[in-house]
Design a protein around this ligand. Structure first.
Ligand SMILES: NC(=O)c1ccc[n+]([C@@H]2O[C@H](COP(=O)([O-])OP(=O)(O)OC[C@H]3O[C@@H](n4cnc5c(N)ncnc54)[C@H](OP(=O)(O)O)[C@@H]3O)[C@@H](O)[C@H]2O)c1
Length: 435
């Protein structure tokens, strides 16, 4: 057994610095598990002269601006890619596999887009490829679903996998502030980027759900298979109605598999206050898993940040080194078990919340009711309030289960009713309203 395993880092930013610090801090614990020491031999950066939080710990690590110094070093067995971006990271990882080095990455964008290609390259070169930190930061969810649910059939996943949007929605819900004000505060606190598009439009969550869906259901899910709706258009009124009716608004990644057909989407949804995900607040992440054998399980924790993410990265490094010692590297299952078949809209069922405005006159309600009745959609809850505009009523309904296709048809017909002025909001509802 080797006395020392050398790791090469690509990137010493938020996550890379955490990796250096944690390996240094917990060297003894890691050595106890592995029977050898782990050392970050060299690291790729853009600017080697930049002051870094880990300046003291970094002493034993050579900084370089040439990727080949890390990727072609024969003493390095494991490459940790934490530089971000797509193309350069992809090329570096392919080079690492070609040089028979194992790779650990935290890069969800890359894994969601090029996961299949990278897995194939790893297998071809008998290398390991792990990416625990790419979904939900410090929460060990990928190993949880692949190893923990190895003998179970996962029927459903629901994830709060984006801390920025969860922070914004928590703020709006708890303090009654607008989306814009909540976003501004998230940016001031460093929970949201200056350009928040990838987070608030749901793209970041979609990448994570594609990765989770692939591993949970053993089928390839491409990013374009994930339907995405972000949180930009959420109005306080919907959070408040939701609250009064027993629900909390969350940006949820849904993934379902019935053994044949799969559906994956990311959308704001009203979650019953009874549901365990309703209590996941601020920047925290959680993934709720429903397994045929296990039933309900939930993984909760910090979805980002230097130390939580570094902890997940190092757990992968430790796994790789254990595999090296046992001589079983490159034995990950690459080929999915199931051919992808997406579930059509007429077979996707859910409960839905609709808020609309209608003329406050006799007969409106019966016209609306018969429109839904004719499509076999029944109401679970109905609220009617006078609106701010004269002679206008604001109506909120929550439906029983209906197919998504029929709901879309109902919304189209509702918008065309002469007495309906606008259809404001439409959200999926999860759980019962009685909380
Ligand atoms: N931050 C989190 O909480 C978090 C959580 C989960 C996953 N991730 C993922 O982890 C990865 C890293 O994120 P991060 O927040 O640590 O990023 P970051 O703070 O921006 O750090 C990036 C690092 O990579 C180096 N780098 C970037 N491009 C380079 C290039 N072309 N050549 C040489 N060096 C380059 C930078 O060098 P300089 O230091 O010289 O600029 C920096 O050290 C991303 O894929 C991200 O999605 C992050």
């Amino acid at each position: 057994m080797e006395d020392n395993v050398s790791v090469g880092l690509l990137g010493v930013g938020v996550v890379g610095s955490g990796v250096i610090s944690l390996i240094e801090k917990h060297q003894e614990k890691i050595a106890h598990q592995l029977g050898c020491h782990v050392h970050v031999k060299s690291a790729l950066v853009r600017n080697p002269n930049k002051a870094r939080d880990v300046d003291e710990e970094i002493n034993g690590t050579a900084l370089t601006t040439d990727p080949d110094d890390v990727l072609n070093d024969p003493e390095i067995d494991v490459i940790v890619e934490v530089m971000g971006g797509i193309e350069e990271a992809r090329e570096s990882i392919l080079k690492a596999f070609a040089a028979k080095k194992h790779v650990v990455t935290a890069n969800k964008d890359l894994v969601a887009l090029h996961g299949a290609e990278l897995h194939e390259a790893a297998a071809k070169n008998k290398c390991d490829f792990y990416y625990e930190a790419s979904v939900a930061g410090g929460i060990p969810i990928l190993r949880g679903i692949t190893d923990g649910f190895a003998s179970d059939h996962i029927e459903q996943l629901m994830g709060i996998v984006n801390g920025t949007t969860n922070y914004i929605l928590t703020k709006m819900h708890n303090e009654g502030v607008s989306y814009e004000d909540a976003l501004k505060e998230a940016q001031q606190l460093g929970f949201a980027e200056a350009d928040p598009a990838a987070d608030v439009e749901g793209l970041d969550a979609a990448r994570k759900m594609a990765i989770l869906g692939r591993l949970a259901f053993s089928t390839y899910i491409d990013l374009e298979d994930v339907e995405v709706t972000g949180i930009r258009d959420i109005e306080l009124a919907d959070l408040q109605y939701g609250d009064n009716l027993g629900f909390t608004m969350k940006l949820i990644g849904f993934a379902k598999f019935d053994g044949k057909q799969v559906e994956v989407n990311v959308q704001p949804a009203l979650i019953s206050k009874d549901h365990p995900l309703a209590d996941v607040k601020n920047e925290y992440n959680a993934v709720y898993v429903y397994g045929e054998a296990v039933g309900e399980a939930m993984f909760y924790g910090a979805g980002a940040g230097s130390m939580p993410t570094a902890s997940a990265v190092i757990s992968d490094v430790v796994t790789v080194i254990k595999n090296m010692h046992r001589g079983v590297t490159g034995s990950q299952i690459v080929e999915p078990r199931f051919k992808k078949e997406l579930k059509p809209k007429d077979q996707r069922f859910g409960q839905y919340y609709v808020r609309f405005h209608a003329k406050d006159e006799a007969g409106v309600f019966s016209r609306v009711s018969s429109l839904f009745n004719d499509l076999d959609i029944s109401f679970k809850q109905i609220l009617q309030n006078p609106s701010n505009s004269p002679d206008t009523a604001e109506i909120v309904v929550i439906t029983h289960y209906s197919s998504l296709e029929k709901m879309h048809q109902a919304l189209e017909e509702l918008e065309n009713l002469a007495s309906v002025l606008d259809v404001n909001s439409f959200y999926k509802v999860e759980g019962d309203a009685d909380a």
